[in-house]
Design a protein around this ligand. Structure first.
Ligand code: NAD
Ligand code: LMR
Length: 329
């Protein structure tokens, strides 16, 4: 059903954002893990995106209800078809956390899933921009890079760990504390995507607000623990899904806009980086026709943020190394 619906190139009433003409490029987006808690609402949001002309939804199995309703491609034998010709591949496949678990506790299952999906991406759509949502992002992105290197298809400009949910949280919590409209707020979030490796830079938040250092510390901790807060609230029924679908849709939309030549598209993402001494790092990234156009620097940091930056490095380094080691084992 989706394959049929997705052939219609734009949704009535919506225009192709960022384009004045009808000649917007044909863009295929594939979602791997599309039947999951994130995958389903993310698929719906991508279906509404007028920049997407073809949407391929893939999952290994999916519940019968989802399969009947939306699923495009099910089972490994259909993965190639789902991926062929994709410009952007979004990966929310894998198991989510339960209370008491860290994201790294998901490594044993999700590392293998990401490795096998990236092996297929290297084969069927080696030039696609890959948006990795599956946790632990700090390790799954390095795994993806190693898989692509081995296949001879690696292009560091085309691989992204999706950290947009950290930005969404930082903006939301900041707006509440600063009593400003969240739609007007910008907060860069750098580092990685787990606990202390998530470093929101509230000193650079706009519009600026005169918050106390206690407020900044509380906002930082809440942003770092935002995922855990949801996991505990869901009490065994998984982790953030709707907010992640929203964040994933924002990031994929930014990738599509960049591909289509829209200028000044900037989002935070966990990418190959020389911003610090770590090989991967999340920071603001300018997106363009080839994916990453420019990895932007950190800007001026407060003393508190400088401390946070040094504190996050050992954990982030070891998560990156764990992913690289796994992929090469
Ligand atoms: P879920 O269990 O609801 O859905 C996962 C889906 O992946 C399932 O439908 C499953 O069948 C599918 N799947 C498993 N193996 C697959 C494979 N080899 N190929 C294709 N599909 C496969 O989980 P969820 O709540 O949607 O979370 C998915 C992942 O996203 C988890 O790892 C979670 O930790 C992560 N996550 C990341 C962020 C982030 O900010 N980056 C935010 C929230 C969740
Ligand atoms: C999140 O930040 O919500 C995700 O990484 C899921 C999780 O396990 O916290």
């Amino acid at each position: 059903v989706v394959r049929l619906l997705a052939r219609r190139t734009s949704t009535a009433g919506l225009t192709r954002r960022g384009f004045a003409s009808e000649s917007a490029p044909d863009r295929k987006v594939a979602i791997l893990g599309a039947a999951g808690g994130i995958g389903q609402p993310l698929s719906l949001l991508m279906k509404l995106n007028p920049l997407v002309s073809r949407l391929a939804l893939y999952d290994i199995a999916g519940t019968p209800g989802v399969a009947a309703d939306i699923l495009g491609y099910a089972g490994e034998e259909q993965l190639g078809k789902a991926l062929e010709g994709a410009d952007v591949v979004i990966i929310p496949a894998g198991v989510p956390r339960k209370p008491g678990m860290t994201r790294d506790d998901l490594f044993n299952i999700n590392a293998g899933i990401v490795k096998s999906l990236c092996t297929a991406i290297a084969k069927y759509c080696p030039h696609a921009l890959v948006n990795v949502i599956s946790n632990p992002v700090n390790s799954t992105v390095p795994i993806a890079s190693e898989v692509f290197k081995k296949a001879g298809t690696y292009d560091e400009k085309r691989l992204f760990g999706v950290t947009t949910l950290d930005v969404v949280r930082a903006k939301t919590f900041y707006a509440g504390k600063a009593k400003v409209n969240v739609a007007d707020v910008n907060v860069p979030v750098v580092g990685g995507h787990a606990g202390v490796t998530i470093l929101p830079l509230f000193s650079q938040a706009t519009p600026s607000a005169n918050l106390s250092s206690e407020d900044i510390q509380a906002l930082t901790k809440r942003t770092q623990d935002g995922g855990t807060e949801v996991v505990e609230a869901k009490a065994g029924k998984g982790s953030a899904t709707l907010s992640m679908a929203y964040a994933g849709a924002i990031f994929a939309d930014a990738c599509l806009k960049g591909l289509n030549g829209v200028p000044d598209v900037v989002e935070c993402s966990f990418v190959q980086s020389t911003v610090t001494d770590l090989p991967f790092f999340a920071s603001k990234v300018r997106l363009g026709k080839n994916g990453v156009e420019e990895v932007l620097g950190l800007g001026a940091l407060s003393d508190y943020e400088k401390e946070g930056l040094e504190a996050l490095k050992p954990e982030l380094k070891s998560s990156i190394e764990k992913g690289i080691k796994f992929a090469n084992a």
